[in-house]
Design a protein around this ligand. Sequence first.
Ligand SMILES: *[C@@H]1O[C@H](CO)[C@@H](O)[C@H](O)[C@H]1NC(C)=O
Ligand SMILES: *[C@@H]1O[C@H](CO)[C@@H](O)[C@H](O)[C@H]1NC(C)=O
Ligand SMILES: *[C@@H]1O[C@H](CO)[C@@H](O)[C@H](O)[C@H]1NC(C)=O
Ligand SMILES: *[C@@H]1O[C@H](CO)[C@@H](O)[C@H](O)[C@H]1NC(C)=O
Ligand SMILES: *[C@@H]1O[C@H](CO)[C@@H](O)[C@H](O)[C@H]1NC(C)=O
Ligand SMILES: CC(=O)N[C@H]1CO[C@H](CO)[C@@H](O)[C@@H]1O
Length: 389
Amino acid sequence: MGITTRRISNRKPSESMKVIVIFFVGSVFGLIIGISLPTKSITKLNLQSNLTCIQNKDTGNDSISSLQDQLSNDTSKIWVPTNPRGAERLPLGIVNSQSDFYLRRLWGIPSEDLTTKPKYLVAFTVGYQQRMNIDANVKKFSENFTILLFHYDGRTTEWDEFEWSKKAIHVSAHKQTKWWYAKRFLHPDIVAPYDYIFLWDEDLGVENFNAEEYLKIVRKHGLEISQPGLDSAKKVCWNMTRRRDNSEVHKETQEKPGKCKYPTLPPCAAFVEIMAPVFSRDAWRCVWHMIQNEFVHGWGLDFAFRRCVEPAHEKIGVVDAQWVVHQGIPSLGNQGKAQTEGNQTKTAARAVKERCGMEWRMFQSRLTNAEKGYYRSKGIDYSNLVVHN
Ligand SMILES: *[C@@H]1O[C@H](CO)[C@@H](O)[C@H](O)[C@H]1NC(C)=O
Ligand SMILES: *[C@@H]1O[C@H](CO)[C@@H](O)[C@H](O)[C@H]1NC(C)=O
Ligand SMILES: *[C@@H]1O[C@H](CO)[C@@H](O)[C@H](O)[C@H]1NC(C)=O
Ligand SMILES: *[C@@H]1O[C@H](CO)[C@@H](O)[C@H](O)[C@H]1NC(C)=O
Ligand SMILES: *[C@@H]1O[C@H](CO)[C@@H](O)[C@H](O)[C@H]1NC(C)=O
Ligand SMILES: CC(=O)N[C@H]1CO[C@H](CO)[C@@H](O)[C@@H]1O
């Protein structure tokens, strides 16, 4: 079986190479025809005022179409195993496995659409009430950033009062959370052109923050997952993310006795919180896969980020020199559903909080079981391995 498989797969690439070469010659030939005879069909297209139904005759030269028909008649000869799964029947040259958020025009030559290609992405999960703060945030992100807004309150067009909003990407879905949007709209293949991805809450004060300067520091210290230091109006939950004076970056901390069993593990190292994380492209590719579809609050993810980079205690850190203020403005957090059970009444905020905690516990046990399952399947005795999330 093994030998047969190998033989088949040995043969396939050369066959598909041949097909690719034929296709390539074919498309060059087609291109030459296209270049020498374009005017007639283009004029026809321009004269057409109703574009709702474009027929084949309007889109190109018949002889190119017929060449295309002949070439593609036996598509069973095409199989490119290195293509993304499910796309193996496509000749390599036509495969676009990744995309982006760059806005294009409806007219003109496609290759001239983009005057800039931002290298970084920042996504904010927002409600219209926080627009002034988001406006202040956006001003701290240069033109090298694509701005993406996830709207949880259904209000999108109102944002056009800000000039930058017209160039931003707006995604709207009622009362969803950052991690829900991220899972659905930030697939690694879609955000592939971006070196860094900022996934931020809406209530961060950015007076002492500049995104370009931040990234310079991140690069210098080789941080794959990071966040700006927090200067909180409220109590800071974790000592790790608290901003330190006279420091550029820190990668470990101390907690109250008993909180950190292992000094190189969360919450004393290899740890940033979920409110303002910044991911490198590669780290995000991993983290995206770890986001569970039904756990919307993301609690517990921060303790597991470390699984996506190695060694985590060196590549995860907090940037002190560019820091933010966590204003702790309640937003989605109090938009749960108040509940009455027996004579007990639960506020909307309480109901959300309880779900956060429940998700965290479920995520932890799911992760632990998955890890144990892996070791078991490999015949590795995990009783000696420390399993901690
Ligand atoms: C475009 O063509 C369709 C189908 O023939 C027709 O129903 C429609 O009214 C036309 N629209 C305009 C703007 O001419
Ligand atoms: C496509 O293949 C079928 C059967 O293999 C053949 O009968 C037909 O003539 C072919 N068509 C073209 C356009 O080559
Ligand atoms: C944007 O990126 C370019 C290329 O990396 C850089 O030269 C430029 O300084 C950046 N813009 C800002 C405002 O930092
Ligand atoms: C927080 O971390 C700093 C630096 O590691 C340490 O000096 C301080 O004692 C820690 N605070 C607590 C409450 O553990
Ligand atoms: C609420 O109900 C429980 C039993 O369901 C009862 O023991 C308790 O006294 C009740 N509390 C109040 C304030 O009525
Ligand atoms: C409609 C049209 O322009 N047809 C042309 C397509 O190209 C061939 C030559 O390859 C011409 O002969 C046709 O007139």
